[in-house]
Design a protein around this ligand. Structure first.
Ligand code: C5P
Length: 306
């Protein structure tokens, strides 16, 4: 075996409750993650040294040096397995770059699974997730997929039972937003307003909507504590949210730290209608239609590779 390809989904946060800053600089979170059908594909191939290449929209914005999260994942696993990290990591981006949909975390999760398969490390999956948590708060969820509550800094996961299919429209913006900058802006806005920092807690109505597969109820309960901060840094997102809701979405929020906006539609046809309305509004660069929930990182069988 010379190369392994792993497919890994994007995430949207159905709820993102942000609490106080911890001594380690991270924020205490309750995050309801939901994996959707926008995918990156990560291929690792034996090589003379560790190199990263990227293809897809905005590929030029992805670093290809050792700061790339997938490269760091390769180095971390190689170190744990006593293995040389000499592989070519090729990232085929289908997840918006710096879009608040965990694209970098997805690539790290996929790189861990791909290298462990290539090197026959047989590392238990929960151990790979623990390694992933050292790389980024969203990496364990990218591996797990489905729908899950994340606590701590988002890395401690418990699956949330849900039924049905949820149809999403994502409005992609020009350029990205820096996650640390958005968290920082959230702190600044709270301090300026003098609002007490809430203890993050799961939304019972959201969990009930997921359990029942109640799409309108889910649309009405989407929340993101980072939304005001993302809009403060990128005021045009307000018009994007308004356009999606005016186009018939059952709910709309900034995805994670943004700037992508996520809209829940009643069904597949509804999603196409919302996407058309967003495109016509001129309030976003482009749109993507997707569904959730989908599974996490998985090896693509060699015969299915394109
Ligand atoms: O964990 P990850 O590297 O993805 O986080 C990126 C940045 O987002 C962190 O450096 C931190 O600034 C912010 N963050 C946070 N609290 C969290 C998760 C992320 O402040 N729970």
């Amino acid at each position: 075996m010379n190369s392994v390809t792993v497919q890994v989904p994007a995430k949207v946060n159905l709820q993102l409750a942000v609490g106080a800053v911890r001594p380690d600089g991270y924020h205490e979170l309750v995050s309801v993650f939901h994996a959707v059908s926008l995918y990156d594909e990560v291929t690792v191939t034996r090589a003379d040294e560790l190199v990263v290449t990227v293809e897809g929209e905005n590929a030029d914005d992805v670093p290809v040096d050792r700061s790339n999260l997938a490269a760091r994942a390769v180095a971390l696993l190689a170190d744990r397995l006593g293995q040389s990290p000499d592989v070519h990591v090729h990232l085929r981006k289908g997840i918006p770059v710096a879009g608040g949909m965990a694209g970098g975390s997805a690539d790290a999760a996929a790189a861990l699974v791909a290298c462990d398969t290539l090197w026959r490390g047989n590392t238990p999956r929960d151990m790979l997730r623990r390694l992933g948590a050292e790389l980024g708060s969203d990496v364990p969820f990218s591996d797990l997929g489905g729908t899950a509550i994340g606590t701590g800094r988002g890395e401690r996961l418990a699956a949330v039972p849900t039924v049905g299919v949820y149809h999403w429209v994502f409005a992609l913006a020009d350029g990205g937003l820096s996650t640390p900058a958005v968290y920082g802006e959230c702190d600044r806005l709270r301090e300026a307003a003098g609002t007490p920092v809430p203890d993050p807690a799961p939304s019972e109505s959201l969990i009930a909507a997921l359990r029942a597969g109640d799409v309108p109820a889910l649309g009405a309960t989407l929340t993101n504590d980072l939304q005001d901060a993302a809009i403060s840094l990128r005021p045009s997102l307000r018009a994007t949210l308004d356009a999606g809701l005016a186009g018939g979405a059952l709910g709309g929020i900034v995805s994670g730290s943004g700037p992508t906006c996520a809209f829940l539609a009643a069904d597949e046809a509804g999603a196409r209608t919302v996407a058309r309305a967003l495109a016509a509004s001129g309030t976003c660069r482009t749109t993507r239609v997707a569904f959730g929930q989908v599974g996490g990182a998985r090896v693509v069988p060699q015969r299915l590779r394109s």
